[in-house]
Design a protein around this ligand. Structure first.
Ligand code: UGA
Length: 433
């Protein structure tokens, strides 16, 4: 298939590279010149495991090119739209300006027999509106939400756990086109569902809302555990054995962040309110509230552990990204904790294997260490906020030699508590005694 992909961020760059690997001819389009220049040289402008190799191989095959010229879309017949839909600056709703701009740029270059495939996460009702404009060209629209996780984006794209096509009634031709695009995944037995536009748009936000709710549920239990002396990790293990509940996404800690879960639950709430159904998802405000309280909990714990004031005390913050295996610091709980402690007067030194460059742009006022040893040396308090394997695997005995005060706050309940306590540390987990 001849494919264009408009929007070459985490989603689009991975999608374009993966589609080329699967044998399609792909042109990646983005308005961001430095990003396109970097991708064209086989260098992703962000960290994503396996992407550099995939990108290089796909470019070398001759099936993947990048450009800033929207007219290049005319070479293709299948047009993916993978631009971002961030939170608006003045409210909770999604900002659709990038989607609108992408469609505006595509319209002059599409026509009969072409299929536009929306991948961006959009408020329900968006596809129906866009379809009217796309039909005027003779092309068709499919809404095909994406469920990839950062850190596993390549695997999730090549071997997704499901495919959802939102189509207009009777549009079998577009279904057949997408089946050809996704032939590899379909051959592997990937479940594929054909729905209407609204269902496909909702599947995406419902999935993220469910995941966010699951995390906030266990973090709410952590709050109760903190008041009662119970252990939330044992609680999660015990309820997780019930296969109806399941153990995944039940890790209590500093909560969820990133470019997706937080903004998606807010946009969902805003859209439901517009539809006059705000009550139906009012609980998502509570999910958001529980989540944000966990960041404050870490800051409060740190203050208490330092005797009521953090002023002038050295705090080593391990991790700044919103999760490991990513350099993404958008809405990162780890970075929020570091910034809050700095604001309270602590001498914060943050460290991260991949996220420092991005964190420095947003928060130049923080001190960043070269490596964990540098951050830990002379620290009065250690806080683990992103569970990078290199931090989880720190030797508590050797680490104790470096610090001034042997207290660790495990913001992800990821450390081996017994080993740290055994090495003489005072250990404070989240929802654990
Ligand atoms: C999420 C979804 O998992 C993807 O399916 C979806 O495609 C993506 O958003 C998106 O909409 O683009 P992602 O943002 O990469 O993916 O991150 P997750 O792996 O879902 O983690 C989100 C946050 O939840 C992280 O901050 C993580 O540390 C936190 N988390 C996760 C917990 O606090 N506890 C858990 O048990 C699991």
């Amino acid at each position: 298939m001849r494919i264009s992909v408009t929007g070459c961020g985490y989603l689009g760059a991975v999608h374009a590279s993966a589609m080329a690997k699967l044998g399609h001819d792909v042109i990646g389009i983005d308005v961001d010149e430095p990003k396109i220049a970097s991708l064209a040289q086989g260098e992703p402008p962000f960290f994503e495991p396996e992407l550099p190799e995939l990108l290089t191989a796909s470019i070398a095959s001759g099936r993947l090119r990048f450009t800033t010229d929207p007219a290049a879309a005319a070479e293709a017949t299948v047009h993916f739209v993978a631009v971002g839909t961030p939170q608006t600056s003045d409210g909770n709703a999604a900002d659709l300006s990038y989607v609108d701009a992408a469609i505006d740029a595509l319209l002059p270059h599409i026509g009969d027999g072409h299929v536009v495939v929306g991948k961006s996460t959009v408020p329900v009702g968006t596809a129906a509106k866009l379809a009217e404009r796309i039909h005027e060209t003779g092309a068709r629209l499919v809404w095909n939400p994406e469920f990839l996780r950062e850190g596993y984006a390549v695997r999730d794209t090549v071997e997704p756990d499901r495919l959802v096509y939102g189509v207009e009634p009777g549009d079998d031709a577009s279904v057949a086109v997408l089946d050809e695009v996704y032939a590899h995944a379909l051959e592997l037995g990937t479940p594929r569902m054909v729905t209407d536009f609204a269902t496909s748009e909702l599947v995406k936000v419902a999935a993220n809302a469910f995941l966010a709710t699951k995390i906030s549920f266990i973090n709410a239990m952590a709050e109760i555990a903190e008041a009662t002396g119970a252990d939330v990790t044992q609680l999660a293990d015990a309820i997780g054995h019930d296969s109806r509940i399941g153990r995944r996404f039940l890790n209590a800690g500093v909560g969820f962040g990133g470019g997706c879960l937080p903004k998606d639950i807010r946009a969902f709430t805003a859209r439901a309110e517009e539809l006059g159904r705000g009550e139906a998802v009012a609980f998502l405000k509570e999910v958001d509230g529980i989540n944000l309280r966990r960041r404050k909990r870490v800051v409060d714990l740190a203050t208490a552990e330092l005797g009521g004031s953090v002023v002038g005390r050295k705090v080593a913050v391990l991790g700044v990204t919103f999760k490991p295996h990513s350099d993404d610091v958008r809405d990162s709980p780890a970075l929020d904790v570091a910034v809050a402690l700095k604001g309270l007067g602590a001498a914060v030194v943050a460290v991260d294997p991949k996220g420092v460059a991005n964190a420095r742009v947003r928060h130049p006022q923080l001190d960043y260490a070269e490596d964990a040893t540098d951050a830990l040396r002379g620290a009065d308090l250690v806080i683990l906020v992103t569970e990078w394997p290199e931090y989880v695997g720190l030797d508590p005995v050797a680490t104790r030699e470096l610090v001034a005060g042997a207290t660790v706050i495990d913001g992800r309940n990821a450390l081996d508590r017994d080993a740290w306590v055994g090495a003489g540390w005072r250990y404070r987990g989240m929802g654990r005694s």
